[in-house]
Ligand binder design. Structure first.
Ligand code: ASP
Length: 484
């Protein structure tokens, strides 16, 4: 394995990661196991609340809409229900606060880490041709994996026909139950930027606005331009700026490490209210559809990515499935609990760089770009969801329609933001393209959160699979500095 060309100030011995991983070794149980335990306990507490607390129990402590309350969207109606009720509500609020603070901490890091690490990465590349080659390979692999995922989704829903398992009564009930929410999403979809508008917005009018709005595509553009500019300057002039940015990037990644130590608790805080607020009866009615999505996502994770790694990486690098998934596990677990590629980005980058050995420059180029445009899980989900609704509403899909789904799902997966529930809005465009009634998204909304968690895992894992292949091809896949 060649050692990566890691650029200025990226001497592995000076990485903050080394200090912490030595620390972690002393602590025994690996981080991903601690997160799994947090997640499992969160699910257990959530299921207990879901099953044991009836609507009356919630009403008795002054909560009318339990799901909204658990998600921190509404405050309590009254507090005169005694000490036990006050304590229960305080516990729920503290839990919500813990989850919120963790998510906000991750989100606020996403822009600065991308900016600092990518500027340093691009500046250290020096040669613009190298940047073009890395960019070309990255985009090619993004599109390839997205199309493969959509084809898998179409294949599964074509064979299983999940729509035929939903009877008319369930369909009518679900459509009417969530009609208002569905209407809101359709309205948002009508206001959403078209693909061409988005392509035109890659160059920001205002860099500060780009950063303030967390527009990662624009942030990547800013970083590449500044990095290329610094690379073209005489070394004596650019070195001080690069040294500052490099130190900042390391400091931020150290903060990510500290946050990761809290992640088992945070994952508990995020999972318990999600599970407690989930309608499991609906999950049963839409079970076959949900299973189709989950099986499709599993195929991408367990077949497509391993094949990509096997065929894409140089044989000397030997990135086996177990090494890859072990390295990715903290990011996958955070993605599952947060349903947000953007919020998971700092952890994704940490796993890519420190746990898999992808160089800083490839990590900081591919991961932020992927969090914005490479959504394989989302693409597969959209393909299954659209065919599922077409089956329910009896709309036949011709070969031309299926090709339209591949094209539209690819474009809309590129346009989907890395935030919870984002693809539901863009799915409207795909439905319109093949003339499936858009009010059908009310049915999808019923089980969206659970499927969102699963597809987000596939989204971020795809980014790092591509980063690993590109790094290997560039001779920039080194030894991981963190083997915890
Ligand atoms: N939640 C997904 C993500 O952040 C996007 C989506 O499919 O809704 O990657």
């Amino acid at each position: 394995m060649t050692s990566p060309d890691t650029g200025p100030g990226t001497d592995p011995d000076t990485k903050p990661g080394n200090v912490v991983s030595a620390d972690q070794e002393k602590r025994g149980l690996a981080l991903h196991w601690k997160i799994v335990i947090g997640l499992g306990l969160g699910v257990l507490v959530g299921v207990a609340l879901n099953r044991l607390w009836s609507d009356q129990t919630w009403a008795s402590i002054g909560v009318n809409d339990a799901a909204a309350y658990l998600a921190g969207k509404t405050s309590d109606a009254n507090s005169d229900a005694g000490a036990a009720a006050v304590a229960a509500k305080a516990a729920i609020k503290i839990n919500w606060l813990a989850g919120k603070l963790f998510m906000s901490s991750l989100k606020f890091i996403a822009v600065p880490i991308t900016l600092c690490a990518l500027i340093v990465g691009v500046a250290s590349l020096g040669d613009p041709r190298k940047l073009g080659r890395i960019g070309g390979r990255t985009i090619f692999l993004f599109v390839l994996t997205t199309v493969a995922s959509i084809v898998i989704g179409l294949g599964i829903s074509g064979v299983v026909k999940p729509g035929s398992f939903v009877d008319d009564a369930t369909k009518t009930k679900l459509v009417s139950q969530r009609a208002a929410e569905a209407q809101k999403r359709v309205g948002a979809a009508n206001e959403a930027k078209s693909f061409w508008d988005q392509a035109g917005a890659i160059v920001p009018d205002n860099p500060i606005a780009a950063m303030a709005n967390t527009d990662m595509l624009q942030v990547v553009f800013i970083a590449v331009v500044i990095g290329a500019g610094l690379a073209a300057l005489p070394r004596a002039k650019s070195a001080p700026v690069l040294a500052v940015l490099d130190a900042l990037a390391d400091a931020i990644l150290l903060f990510v490490r500290w946050l990761m130590n809290l992640s088992p608790y945070a994952v508990f805080a995020l999972m318990a209210p999600i599970v407690a607020g989930t309608g499991f009866d609906v999950l049963a009615a839409l079970g076959v559809y949900a299973v189709c999505v989950v099986v499709g996502l599993a195929i991408v994770l367990l077949v497509v990515y391993p094949i990509l790694l096997k065929l894409g990486t140089r044989s000397a690098d030997r990135v086996g499935m177990s090494r890859f998934y072990r390295g990715m596990s903290p990011a996958m677990l955070v993605a599952f609990s947060s349903s947000s590629s953007n919020a998971t980005l700092p952890v994704t980058m940490e796993c890519s760089r420190d746990r898999l050995g992808v160089s800083e420059e490839i990590t900081s180029f591919v991961c932020p770009l992927g969090a914005t445009v490479n959504m394989n899980g989302t693409a597969l989900y959209q393909a299954v969801a659209v065919t599922f609704l077409a089956q329910i509403f009896g709309v036949p899909l011709t070969i031309t329609d299926q090709i339209a789904i591949v094209v539209m799902s690819t474009l809309s997966a590129i346009g989907t933001a890395g935030v919870p529930g984002a693809s539901i809005v863009l799915i409207v465009m795909v439905l319109q393209a093949v003339h499936v009634p858009v009010e059908g998204i009310a049915i999808l909304l019923a089980v969206d959160r659970v499927l969102d968690m699963c597809r987000t895992v596939v989204n971020i894992t795809g980014d790092v699979a591509v980063a690993t292949v590109v790094a290997s091809r560039e001779g920039q896949l080194g030894e991981p500095t963190d083997r915890s």
